[in-house]
Structure formats: structure tokens, C-alpha cells
Ligand binder design. Structure first.
Ligand SMILES: *Cc1c(COP(=O)(O)O)cnc(C)c1O
Length: 359
């Protein structure tokens, strides 16, 4: 068996040891004579896995009891609707920051439910910057401020937290667990699992408990965070296998030394790749240096005619899923937690070799 290096933006690489454990557990989970997938979600086994996942995640991120941890379905995209349905309340108005394609989707969905004030946008720089906080046109009565700490497509990341009166609501799909954060800075954090948490099909919501219980009358039961919290995320059948895999990923992170250790590895990976891009006139990254994402690194070739060849040859070399998003063009390397340093080194070696042969 040979495994390739996977730079996919999502669903993304999973730690090999996690996949091996899942393989070993597949037919007979812990001697029970059946797989975890075949067990009732009300069984002590599955409830135990869910509780373990929550406890380990609380430990990794430092989540206090002031926050509910919810394991849901529907992806981050469903939360684009759940956020206004749960939080708009009587104010009916929220502030949003537009830093890229995912912000835009959240804004469009928010507009279906209330008044959305776009306080700042970097669209004029083709989303290669983050608007300076001083320029944000904040409302005085917003129910919340929504932003996207890491734009997966444009490759821009916030390395600071806005200080505003309204609760911060953040789509952390592509940055969660990549480095420590201060959960207390936020009202609600949400993320699709398929980048840094586990397989697709699971959605994480971390919500301050005082923000629960205000959902609009029209909010579907399945989108009401209070219902999920009151039922330990088991109002209906949760995605049990995805939850089990996420729990294994959380264990893997703890063993590795937690988020501080993970952050150091991630910083080294990104620094090496950006240095390789900046050190060559053959490759370029469009993002302002202070906002360059640690997780998603878009880069272009000086001659776009060579894009196709680059992709063909990189795939042959065992470097998969480097094609950039159509809105940016070129390439994108996603360096999520499960993408090792050796994968980044192999990519850089390939890029140098390709340049020497084609420049
Ligand atoms: C991947 C991604 C999404 C979409 O997530 P789904 O789980 O597919 O709905 C939303 N926001 C960000 C920042 C993402 O990276």
C-alpha cells in the first residue's frame, strides 16, 4: 500500500494512525461483535464515544461550561441559516464582514432572514486582504457580528480578533484546531468537520449558553441550538461514525501535544511553502503577507499555460488535489493538521524541480 500526499481543501487528509484504528475497529468494535456504525445511538457505547469526543474537544480548545458543544449535521452551510434563525431575535439586524467566497455565502443566506449590514469588504482587492478594523462601519444595534477567520478559497486568515459590543459569530471551518484560540472571545463558533476535525457529515457548533433559547418561531427544530443542547446533540440520530472518527482525531491531537504543538508544526509548514513561493519568480501568492492563511495556500504559475502540466506531473509524483479554486485560478495547497511536514517538503521539492525544467 502506498498513500499519496493529499492537499485537498476538503474533505481533507486524515491522520494515518486514525485511519488504521478505524480499520482495526471496523468489524468488531472493542470486542462487542459488531461495528460502531451498527449500534444504537442510545447505547452506552455510542453515548460514551460522544461524551469522550466532547470532553477531549473541551480540553483541546479550553472550552468552559459557559459554552454548549453541539455535534450536528448539514455542514457549515446549514449554519449560515441557523445563525440568523437562532440569534437575530427582535433586533432583526446583524453585521457581517465580507472577506471572500464563504463570507459571501453566509451574507446571502443571512439576508433571507433579516437585515444584513456588510460592515467591511475586501472584494475590491479580489479578497487578497482583510479590511482594517478602523474602517469597519459597525451598527449600534447588531444582534451579532459574523466573520470568517479563515477564507479557504482566497487563503486569507485573521490573526487578530475584532473587539465589538455584539457577540462574535465565526465560521471556523478551515482553521479550527490549527492553533489555540480563546473561546471566550466568541459568542458562537461553528465548523464543518471535513477539514481539521474528521470526515464530512459532522458539524461542530460551540455556543455560549446565554445565547441559546432565542430562536425565531420559524426556526426548524433541527436548526434550534437549544434543542440540540438540551438533547446532548441526540434529538435525532447523530452521524455516529463521523463522531467516532472525530473523537479519534481529537485523541491524536492530544497525543501530539495539543494545539500549541500543532500550531508550531503548522507555522513551520506554511512558512516553508510561502518562502519557496516568494523565493521564486516562477510562483506567486496574491495575499498580503500579514493575512496569509496557515491552512490554505493559493499560488499561481507565472505562465498559466503550464497549469495543466503542473497538475498532471504533481499527481504523478503522488501530490494530489493541488488544483486551485476556479475563482482564484492556479493552484492551492491545503496544509491542514493531518498534512505532515514531509508532505510540504515533497511539494516544495517538486515545485523547484518543475520550475527548473520549465522556466
Ligand atoms: C468548507 C467550508 C464551508 C462549507 O462547509 P460545508 O460543511 O460543506 O457546508 C464553509 N465555510 C468555510 C470557511 C469552509 O472552509
Amino acid at each position: 500500500m502506498s498513500r499519496c500526499y493529499n492537499f485537498c481543501a476538503g474533505p481533507a487528509a486524515l491522520p494515518e494512525s486514525v485511519l488504521e484504528t478505524a480499520r482495526d475497529d471496523m468489524l468488531d468494535w472493542h470486542g462487542r461483535g459488531l461495528s460502531l456504525m451498527e449500534m444504537s445511538h442510545r447505547s452506552p457505547e455510542v453515548v460514551g464515544v460522544a461524551q469522550h469526543a466532547e470532553q477531549t474537544l473541551r480540553q483541546l480548545l479550553g472550552i468552559s461550561e459557559d459554552y454548549a458543544v453541539l455535534f450536528l449535521q448539514g455542514g457549515a452551510s446549514t449554519q449560515f441559516a441557523a445563525v440568523p434563525l437562532n440569534l437575530l431575535g427582535e433586533r432583526g439586524r446583524a453585521d457581517y464582514v465580507n472577506t471572500g467566497q464563504w463570507s459571501k455565502k453566509a451574507i446571502a443566506e443571512g439576508r433571507r432572514f433579516g437585515e444584513v449590514n456588510v460592515v467591511a469588504s475586501s472584494e475590491d482587492t479580489n479578497f487578497s486582504t482583510i479590511p482594517e478594523f478602523g474602517s469597519w462601519q459597525l451598527s449600534s444595534d447588531a444582534a451579532y457580528l459574523h466573520y470568517t477567520p479563515n477564507e479557504t478559497i482566497g487563503g486569507v486568515e485573521f490573526f487578530w480578533t475584532p473587539e465589538v459590543a455584539a457577540p462574535l459569530v465565526v465560521d471556523m471551518s478551515s482553521t479550527i484546531l490549527s492553533r489555540p484560540i480563546n473561546v471566550d472571545d466568541y459568542g458562537v463558533i461553528y465548523a464543518g468537520a471535513q477539514k481539521n476535525i474528521g470526515p464530512a457529515g459532522l458539524t461542530l457548533v460551540i455556543a455560549r449558553r446565554d445565547l441559546l433559547g432565542q430562536a425565531s418561531a420559524a426556526c426548524p427544530t433541527m436548526l434550534d441550538w437549544k434543542v440540540a443542547a438540551d438533547n446532548d446533540s441526540m434529538y435525532n440520530t447523530p452521524p455516529t461514525f463521523a463522531l467516532y472518527l472525530a473523537a479519534l482525531v481529537f485523541d491524536w491531537l492530544v497525543e501530539l501535544g495539543g494545539l500549541q504543538a500543532m500550531a508550531e508544526i503548522n507555522r513551520r509548514k506554511a512558512a516553508r511553502l510561502y518562502a519557496a513561493i516568494d523565493g521564486s519568480s516562477f510562483y506567486a501568492n496574491p495575499v498580503e503577507p500579514a493575512s496569509r492563511s496557515l491552512m490554505n495556500v493559493p499560488f499561481t504559475l507565472a505562465d498559466p499555460e503550464l497549469d495543466k502540466l503542473f497538475l498532471q506531473e504533481s499527481e504523478k509524483a503522488g501530490l494530489l488535489n493541488l488544483k486551485g479554486h476556479r475563482s482564484v485560478g492556479g493552484m492551492r495547497a491545503s496544509l491542514y493538521n493531518a498534512v505532515g511536514e514531509e508532505a510540504v517538503d515533497a511539494l516544495i521539492a517538486f515545485m523547484r524541480d518543475f520550475e527548473q525544467r520549465r522556466a
